[in-house]
Design a protein. Structure first.
Length: 430
């Protein structure tokens, strides 16, 4: 059979439920979909490919999923370091009101996409202003972006739109939206401290009318929790639960300051969490109770947050932090290497409600995959792929990145973006 792409020769870490590793394996791709995964000799005998990627000496794995980010914050990288979450918000909200426009967001997102492709990130959930500009950039680059209208009732929104006008605007956006395979509609409710209970209820109702995912910051630190308690009489997760807003169509960002009953509520309602260990540490927010959430059956993905609060869109770096930071309590098994890698792949996809389409290398799923070059001293010997990824590999070890069967980076060279122009354009803007 003639196919579009054959990736062959390396070890294939499928990240399926069994954790299957195919030595000297291959992935056959056609029309953006994975047709088969198996021994390279078998697939080469069955298929003739228009394009091939030789992965001898490499590890092939699913593309990484960034389950929480603000891509255009690359514009402000390094401008709000060594401050608390509240100090960070005070600075960034002021700058955003002054600096953001569709043109500026597009330039910043273009840089973020280039950085992400280099780091093996094949899709991201992006909460930010002027999402239409971000979508256009991602579409042109062939990159998978999950985004949509953002609701945040602040005095000076960058787009100048009052909250009262946002619901109808978002409705038009959702109605007109044309989704590629492996995507779903998304609405963003910023937080329980920037939206009232009534506004939250309206946004969630609109999302559920369209079957959209709702993504919201919640319980990022103790100060946020106390602020919401004073304002609304309940903690953030308690408030969402009391309003009937938790559920399998909801993804919380951070979830650092949680009580036992709140973790139970997340598990009971099927609500997912995007864990952002780097930004949580950098802002002094604390360490999310990931082991307890996992033990309760909560789906937990990994996010980088924006490049202001984490300074990087390196999901593989977040894998290492997630695998290490939870051991600080004295239990080296709290979050193991395999679990951390799964959080960046299949669990991130499940958190987005897209586990049937993304996150593992299995027939019928979208062909989002990356190739990690193992030919480096810090990666040898590679006894165990989960361990190699979690504790030894760096994003710079990613050699090839494929989204929907399209090669976006080959031999560390971007194919759909002019990297020099991207960097120069943002430098001129800054």
């Amino acid at each position: 059979m003639s196919i579009d792409l054959l990736v062959h020769g390396g070890d294939v870490l499928t990240v399926d439920d069994a954790g299957t590793v195919v030595r000297d394996g291959a992935v056959a791709v056609h029309d953006g979909e994975i047709l088969a995964v198996g021994p390279a000799a078998d697939l080469r005998a069955r298929h003739t490919a228009d394009e091939e990627i030789d992965t001898h000496g490499c590890l092939v794995l699913p593309g990484l999923v960034n389950a929480h980010t603000h891509l255009a914050m690359t514009l402000l990288r390094g401008r709000a370091d060594d401050v608390t979450l509240q100090g960070f918000l005070e600075r960034v909200l002021k700058w955003e009101a002054e600096l953001l426009s569709p043109k500026n967001v597009a330039a910043a997102v273009r840089l973020a996409v280039a950085e992400s492709v280099r780091a093996g990130v094949t899709s991201a959930l992006d909460m930010y202003w002027f999402h239409e500009a971000a979508e256009q950039v991602a579409r042109q680059a062939g990159w998978r972006l999950h985004t949509g209208p953002t609701f945040m009732d602040v005095p000076q929104p960058p787009d100048g739109m009052a909250y009262e006008d946002r619901l109808e605007w978002a409705r038009r956006d959702l109605t007109a939206r044309s989704l590629r395979p492996g995507s779903r509609p998304v609405l963003f409710a910023h937080s329980t401290y920037t939206l009232s209970p009534g506004q939250l209820t309206e946004v969630f109702a609109l999302a559920r009318e369209f079957g959209a995912l709702v993504h919201i910051h919640a319980a990022e630190n103790a100060t946020e929790v106390a602020t919401v308690e004073v304002r609304h009489g309940r903690r953030p997760v308690e408030l969402l639960d009391s309003l009937g807003l938790l559920g399998p169509d909801v993804l919380l960002a951070h979830a650092v300051d949680l009580t036992g009953p709140e973790i139970a509520a997340l598990a009971r309602t099927g609500t997912s969490v995007a864990h952002c260990p780097v930004s949580n540490l950098k802002l002094g927010c604390g360490i999310a109770p990931v082991a307890r959430m996992l033990g309760a059956g909560v789906t937990v993905g990994l996010g980088t947050d924006g490049a202001v609060s984490s300074n990087s869109l390196d999901v593989l770096g977040a894998v290492r932090q997630a695998a290490l930071v939870h051991k600080a309590g004295g239990d080296p098994t709290a979050v193991g290497a395999e679990q951390a890698v799964r959080m960046a792949t299949i669990e991130g996809a499940r958190a987005l409600g897209l586990g049937e389409h993304l996150g593992s290398l299995e027939p019928g799923k979208r062909a989002d995959l990356i190739v990690l070059d193992l030919d480096a001293p810090h990666l040898r010997p590679a006894h165990d792929p989960w361990s190699t990824l979690a504790y030894a590999a760096h994003s710079a070890d990613v050699r090839d990145t494929v989204v929907d069967g399209r090669v976006l980076m080959r031999d560390r060279a971007l194919t759909t973006l002019d990297e020099r122009a991207v960097i120069d354009d943002l430098a001129a803007l800054v």
